[in-house]
Design a protein around this ligand. Structure first.
Ligand code: SF4
Ligand code: SF4
Ligand code: FES
Length: 1009
């Protein structure tokens, strides 16, 4: 293993000079002839080679002649060396290239599986090269064609047509070396050799995770997305960003007749063409016939019944008994009119808004601005509260910035990768591929998680600690580092505060003392601590298993302490990375969609920041933090006499009636509101409780930016038109804002400091170039320009966030698609690794905060003896309103299941596939059980994406005191055999698949449990 590079210069290779087809060519040291030629515009035929993949050199379509050498050389794997004289177009090289193409073409079926115009070029890249080199297949060769293998259409998403396979091995490398899924192999001998799935199984019954990397790699159409078999001609290809997880894969939508027909991975900095099943095949939700297409108003006299939500069948429910259609004018007038009435009658705390981490940065910015300047309070939040609020609290306190220190694919430079509380192969699948790649080249993965998930197969050590004992385990690691003299003394001396307090605190946390508590042997804890401390570079990546606890902030404090005592931060391959969940949870938080901070984390209670934003938006602002997601639900149920009782809400793109903890309470709270406006693309559980429902646009229908987990601001362009009367979210927010106007100006008198300080100081970190108060717009202004003024909104947001994105102009994003912040000027490339010199704290040092064990709010007992752990799964996202309406994703994972280990199933007398009922003190659901031996004894894992078995009916709303995040990852439940499954629940009960061709779904449901 090589050590991590310490400087960028050490990564720069030298160059060599050679000649290719009489042209002088400069190749980088170690570069192949093929790549050097390609960079100089010299095309060489190739089939088994694909950019980004390891050259395999098996097809020989790329052979070239090298002066002085007897045999032709495959240019894709021959290194360019100084002085070579290479001929690509010599008669001998050309003849050989043509012969390879002719032989391969002679074995192809008469009708191919992908072509361009009018059936020309039936076999993709093979036909293309054959045409370019004027290759004609001789009939005598064609007569020798192999027996054509039968098609395999057993997979919901992909078709296998091995009659068109040229055995180039690209799919094998895609599967084994890029995505590291190890499903596709190359089997048999001679004329019988073929690619196979697992042990020569049908693709649909193999352990394929449907990332689709193989179909993207296949040059001939032997592997194809079922949605794009045949003609590849599309109306347009539009560049965008995946709308699902925080990895932020760049992609291209292939659009025909205003429908997305397929998706290709783009060479984005986070994904380098890779995608997972959601990004590649989960696009057709946008075309669902269940999209909201007209504004709706609740019919007079129809009550809001929170209990009825639990019985709702999303697939068949008919809203016409509850709502009536309305014009946009009527719906907007009612939506804004009632919100204004409540604000003006009950004061500015009477309203609250939830924005969305699924929306763009511009929508998040404008939404929080509406709440702050129009509603008159800071009662604005979004689902970051439910995923990483505690991580953010600890990071802001410890290192002064809520974002990651290093990007995910920096694991390429890590010797040790510490993954904790995260299931990356399911939740951040492309991020997981970088980790698996790193493990292949020798990095040690440590998986610390009560559930041993797939990434554990690639781990050097797994630490399946007992749920809720994170602090005990992490303190034991820190204790070992200090106890065994492995502290990075220079780092502590130069860059950290409060080490002595930390040292004292962990004295009582020896591995020997903690082993019985956390369940990990002391020797293993010591071994892992030593490896972490002595690795040349070590990165920590964590997920919601860390954050969704009442001690989530303490868990993250321990991780900050661990990297600090070992000095594993501030250099390549070493640092902290909380893996963000939703596609734009980073950006929405950055843009101020949180109750205690303006854009760029300027605290609302900071007098200078408050004054600056008052001037910037030309409106008096509240200087008290607003309420968080769960607190707002409590305030909706507050007594009438409470001056902070929330009476009206505007919810854009979130579904708290599914995503909040203790759903019965949350639904009751939503139903009790005097006025609820919901803006969404589907009739969500929350929308059923609304007074006004506004039909909005799906991600492929709009242009905007999102910010991924790596701090990359990325631009997505509109690919398709929205259905019916659905309107862009940006337009809708502006319409509401214009109708509400700014809140009453009485606030200014209540805050005497505001006018005194206005304009005197920019907010923290402001750069003078852009930090001009007054650059923003007062509330009532509309934004000019295409796409509801998205570019203007972005530019205003850029001023408000100049401390981090000053150098990322709209024009630059249109040019570059993705730019990493901090980025302070047009020429600034952005900083992938931060904290190299100092932290963003007031004194530039990391602030260590000791943490002690705090038990979960609700422990198992005799009545509720199991621990419920909730989360996501590979195919379904969040509350499932998008992914469950995708034909492919639904076909692969159609029903809700609860996972338990074999030992617990045996104890309870259950078999995989049995119906069980899970019950907590707050609610219960019935669903089928699947066996998963990675789930710890005494625990049940359940995804929360299924409305018919809503996990959050059972979860606990107890909050972490700092991040105000609920304890989704731990509550006590009972498990009993039997129960009644909801009748006909799910999706696609009627023919709603659209153009995605579904073969018999080989459900992974319970059959393979
Ligand atoms: S299926 Fe496609 S990618 Fe795989 S070996 Fe055959 S031609 Fe190559
Ligand atoms: S890893 Fe995340 S961003 Fe990438 S394709 Fe999958 S869901 Fe989309
Ligand atoms: S492309 Fe070089 S051997 Fe196949």
């Amino acid at each position: 293993m090589t050590s991590a590079p310490t400087t960028a210069a050490s990564l720069q290779p030298g160059t060599v000079t050679l000649r290719i087809d009489q042209q002088t060519v400069h190749a980088q040291e170690g570069e192949t002839i093929f790549k050097a030629a390609q960079r100089h515009g010299i095309d060489i035929p190739h089939l088994c080679f694909k950019d980004g993949f390891r050259p395999d050199g098996n097809c020989r379509a790329c052979v070239v002649e090298i002066a002085g050498e007897r045999t032709l050389a495959p240019s894709c794997c021959r290194t360019a060396t100084a002085g070579l004289e290479v001929l690509v177009n010599s008669p001998r090289a050309r003849k050989s290239q043509q012969m390879v193409l002719e032989m391969l073409l002679s074995d192809m079926p008469d009708v191919g599986h992908k072509w361009l115009e009018d059936g020309v070029g039936q076999h993709g890249e093979l036909s293309d090269w054959a045409q370019r080199l004027d290759v004609q297949v001789r009939p005598a060769l064609q007569a020798l064609r192999r027996t054509q293998p039968a098609a395999d259409v057993s997979h919901p998403a992909m078709a296998v047509n091995l009659d068109a396979c040229i055995q180039c091995n690209r799919c094998v490398r895609a599967c084994r070396e890029e995505q590291v899924n190890d499903v596709i192999g190359y089997a048999h001998r001679g004329a019988h050799s073929a690619i196979v799935f697992d042990l020569d199984d049908a693709m649909g019954s193999s352990c394929c995770v449907a990332c689709g990397e193989c179909v993207q790699a296949c040059p001939t159409g032997a592997l194809m997305p079922k949605s794009q078999m045949g003609s590849q001609v599309v109306d347009k290809q539009v560049d965008s960003v995946c709308p699902f997880c925080g990895v932020g894969c760049l992609l291209t939508y292939n659009v025909k007749d205003n429908r997305i027909v397929s998706v290709d991975g783009r060479d984005g900095p986070a994904n380098h063409q890779r995608l997972c099943v959601k990004g590649r095949f989960g696009f057709d939700y946008a075309h669902s016939p269940q999209r909201l297409t007209v504004p709706l108003i609740r019919k007079a006299g129809v009550p809001k019944d929170p209990a009825a939500i639990a019985q709702l069948n999303r697939d068949s429910a008919d809203w016409s008994a509850v709502f009536r259609q309305a014009s946009w004018d009527e719906a907007l007038a009612l939506a804004a009119g009632q919100l204004t009435h409540l604000r003006d009658t009950h004061g500015h705390k009477a309203l609250a808004g939830f924005g969305s981490a699924k929306g763009s940065n511009e929508e998040a910015y404008l939404f929080q601005k509406l709440v702050r300047t129009g509603f008159g309070s800071n009662n604005v939040d979004h689902c970051t509260r439910l995923c990483h609020a505690s991580s953010v609290a600890a990071l802001l306190e410890g290192v002064g910035s809520a974002a990651v220190s290093n990007q995910v694919n920096d694991v390429a430079h890590a010797e040790l990768i510490f993954v904790i509380g995260s299931n990356p192969t399911a939740n951040h699948p492309v991020a997981a591929t970088w980790m698996k790649n790193a493990a292949k080249r020798g990095a040690k993965i440590v998986l610390a998680d009560p559930r041993v998930t797939d990434i554990g197969k690639h781990a050097w050590r797994t630490l399946p600690f007992k749920p809720d004992t994170d602090v005990a385990m992490l303190n034991a690691l820190i204790h070992t580092v200090i106890d065994e003299g492995l502290v990075n003394q220079d780092f502590i001396r130069d860059r950290a505060n409060n080490f002595e307090a930390l040292k004292q605190n962990v004295q009582g946390y020896s591995p020997e003392a903690m082993a019985p508590i956390c369940g990990i042997p002391a020797a293993t804890l010591r071994e892992v601590a030593r490896a972490f401390a002595t690795a040349k570079s070590a990165m920590v990546l964590w997920g919601m298993g860390v954050s969704q606890h009442v001690h989530g902030t303490d868990n993250a404090r321990c991780l900050i302490a661990l990297v600090s005592v070992t000095g594993q931060i501030g250099k390549p391959g070493s640092g902290l990375h909380p893996l963000r969940g939703q596609n734009n949870v980073q950006g929405a938080s950055d843009a101020g969609l949180i109750p205690m901070m303006y854009p760029n984390y300027q605290r609302v209670s900071n007098a200078a920041a408050h004054a600056w934003f008052e001037k910037f938006w030309d409106t008096p602002l509240d200087n008290q933090p607003g309420y968080t997601v769960v607190e707002i639900m409590h305030k909706a149920l507050a007594d009438d006499s409470d001056p902070h009782k929330v009476r009206g809400m505007y919810i854009m793109g979130e579904n708290p009636a599914m995503s909040d903890p203790d759903l019965n309470h949350a639904r009751h709270a939503l139903a009790s509101l005097e006025h609820l406006v919901v803006q969404d693309i589907f009739m969500t559980e929350t929308a059923w409780l609304a007074d006004v429902v506004l039909p909005a646009t799906a991600w492929p229908e709009k242009t905007g930016t999102v910010t991924n987990t790596d701090r990359m601001v990325q631009l997505g362009q509109q690919a398709i038109d929205p259905p019916g009367q659905a309107q862009p979210d940006l337009w809708i927010i502006q319409q509401i804002a214009q109708r509400m106007g700014p809140h009453a100006s009485a606030l200014r008198e209540a805050q005497p400091h505001a006018s005194a300080l206005r304009g005197s100081l920019p907010p923290e970190g402001a750069s003078p170039a852009l930090g001009r108060p007054g650059g923003g717009r007062a509330l009532a202004c509309g934004y000019a320009g295409p796409q509801s003024g998205v570019a203007e909104v972005y530019e205003e947001m850029r001023q408000a966030m100049h401390g981090v994105i000053a150098g990322i102009s709209w024009e630059r994003l249109q040019r570059e698609s993705s730019v990493t912040y901090p980025c302070l000027s047009e020429s600034d490339p952005g900083e992938p690794t931060v904290f190299t010199q100092h932290f963003d704290t007031d004194d530039g040092r990391v602030h260590l905060v000791p943490a002690d064990i705090i038990p979960a709010n609700e422990r198992p007992d005799a009545d509720y003896p199991f621990v419920l752990i909730t989360g996501r799964q590979l195919e379904h996202w969040h509350t499932g309103s998008m992914t469950r309406r995708s034909g492919v994703l639904h076909a692969i994972e159609p029903t809700a299941t609860a996972s338990m280990c074999g030992a617990d199933l045996l104890t309870l007398g259950l078999n995989a596939g049995d119906v069980v009922t899970l019950a907590s003190r707050r609610g219960q659901v019935s669903l089928r059980v699947r066996r998963d031996d990675g789930t710890p004894i005494g625990s049940v894992f359940m995804p929360f994406a299924y409305y018919e078995a809503a996990a959050n009916l059972m979860t606990n709303a107890a909050l972490d005191p700092f991040g105000k995040i609920p304890e989704f990852k731990y509550c006590a439940v009972a498990v009993r055999a039997g129960g009644e499954l909801p009748h006909n629940a799910g999706f696609f009960s009627r023919d709603r698949v659209g153009r995605v061709a579904l073969a018999a779904p080989p459900s992974k449901g319970v059959a393979q449990a």
